[in-house]
Design a protein around this ligand. Structure first.
Ligand code: BJ8
Length: 415
């Protein structure tokens, strides 16, 4: 299967070998994990196996498989046309030397990583996709997609940068165009019923993740931030129906744990919200550092976190076009830092601090990410309830000790 996908088998073996050690160290060494994590451990342990096989089979049955790098792509439309949408990995320093042959050195590591995975031919997910859907979010991605298209066909959606009426009209039009694109590629005409079913499928997944998040309000939290981060990362590529059922099963178990006051750390452990850039799989660096330094992460204000699940599509429309408008309005509520102004993000951070009784906020930015590094100023100016720590990093391991020292000093302040 991997050969058929054109995977570089030697590089791929090395990658899986490194990942395995990494996972054992970071995940399996955690104490008192919920039993329900077994499913998610299994998904990771065959990250390039079982799910790829499912996608492979789906392609043989003529189903469209497409890949994305941003939560702005309205996946409901893909599912409605009997296609499959997967979020692609961009969370590790893989193939950076090859990526730097086509990209500037000083570009965000997430962008470098999606090129690196493709150019080094180690990611079966990107290889199995019929095409990739990009978006005009930050400048780095926008320009990178032009080059990426030379290696993998890339369809780019125009995401506006403001949220006024004309921006909404532009975005709604993009959503309508996207639907036509998917229909013509799949040959399936999307009906109202198809759209309603797809909206329900993805809403249910978001609701399960919301339920999981809300259980972290307990003191002590019944699950670690590392585990919730992993579950969020898996949500991007697992089968949505199965994934939702597994998250709900886990939540049932966590509710029992809360009743027994059983947690993954002692009560009163410093509680942290992490806010900023997305952490694509297998980027576990910050969570690992924080949770092995005596604190617990209780929320991620991130696209791999609440930014992706906060809002559901509210299907009020009674025909396809109106439903597309409902989809468009849900997606335009996303409070990504590429928008100006972006006041709702700050309000969302504030309410997360209150809801999750956080003691501190960590602003997490990837190096060279202008939207998030610049927005840190406004976040810090407005958040006065809890101390904040600004972290700017990449996927390397070089700054680990330096970051640990800064995190430990921050936790001393919180204590
Ligand atoms: S909706 S956060 S997933 S754009 S980290 S590549 S912004 S330079 S990933 Fe994002 Fe969509 Fe927004 Fe979410 Fe650019 Fe920044 Fe890199 Fe980023």
């Amino acid at each position: 299967m991997w050969q058929e996908l054109g995977i570089n088998l030697e590089a791929h073996d090395n990658l899986l070998h490194v990942l395995e050690g990494f996972y054992e160290n970071i995940y399996l060494s955690q104490k008192n994990r919920p039993e329900g994590m077994e499913y998610f451990d299994k998904v990771v342990s065959c990250i390039h196996g079982a799910r790829i096989q499912e996608l492979f089979k789906a392609k043989k049955e003529n189903r469209l498989v497409l890949g994305t790098f941003c939560v702005f792509v309205p996946e409901e439309i893909v599912w409605a046309a009997n296609g499959i949408c997967v979020g692609l990995c961009a969370g590790a320093e893989i193939g950076f030397e090859l990526a730097e042959e086509v990209l500037p050195r000083n570009i965000c590591p997430l962008i470098k990583a999606f090129f690196g995975f493709k150019l080094s031919k180690v990611c079966p997910f990107v290889e199995i996709c019929d095409f990739v859907v990009g978006e005009t979010t930050c400048d780095g991605k926008k320009k990178a997609y032009e080059i990426f298209n030379e290696y993998k066909e890339t369809y780019v959606m125009h995401v506006p940068q403001k949220k006024d009426k004309s921006s909404f009209d532009l975005w709604k039009n993009e959503v309508i165009n996207f639907k036509s694109e998917i229909e013509s590629r799949t040959g399936n005409k999307i009906s109202q019923d198809d759209l309603l079913k797809a909206i329900e499928l993805i809403n249910k997944r978001r609701e399960a993740l919301k339920r999981l998040n809300s259980l972290r309000k307990a003191d002590p939290p019944p699950i670690s931030g590392l585990d919730v981060l992993l579950i969020n990362q898996i949500s991007f590529y697992d089968d949505p129906e199965r994934f939702t059922a597994k998250v709900n099963e886990l939540c049932d178990e966590l509710e029992e744990r809360i009743k027994r006051k059983e947690g993954v750390c002692p009560p009163g452990t410093p509680r942290i919200i992490v806010s900023g850039c997305p952490m694509a799989i297998p980027n576990w660096k910050l969570h690992y550092l924080v949770e092995t330094s005596g604190a617990i992460i209780v929320g991620e204000e991130s696209c791999v976190g609440t930014r992706n699940i906060r809002n559901l599509v509210e299907p009020k429309g009674s025909n396809v076009e109106d439903l597309l408008e409902d989809i468009a309005s849900r997606y335009l509520k996303i409070d990504c830092a590429i928008f100006t102004p972006n006041a709702e993000r700050i309000e969302n951070i504030k309410s997360m601090i209150d809801e999750f009784s956080a003691h501190g906020l960590i602003n997490y930015s990837l190096k060279f990410c202008d939207p998030y590094t610049t927005e840190v100023y406004k976040v810090n100016k407005t958040i006065d309830k809890v101390p904040t720590l600004n972290i700017e990093t990449d996927y390397s391991q070089e700054d680990i000790e330096q970051l640990r020292t800064r995190i430990e000093a921050f936790l001393e302040i919180l204590k």
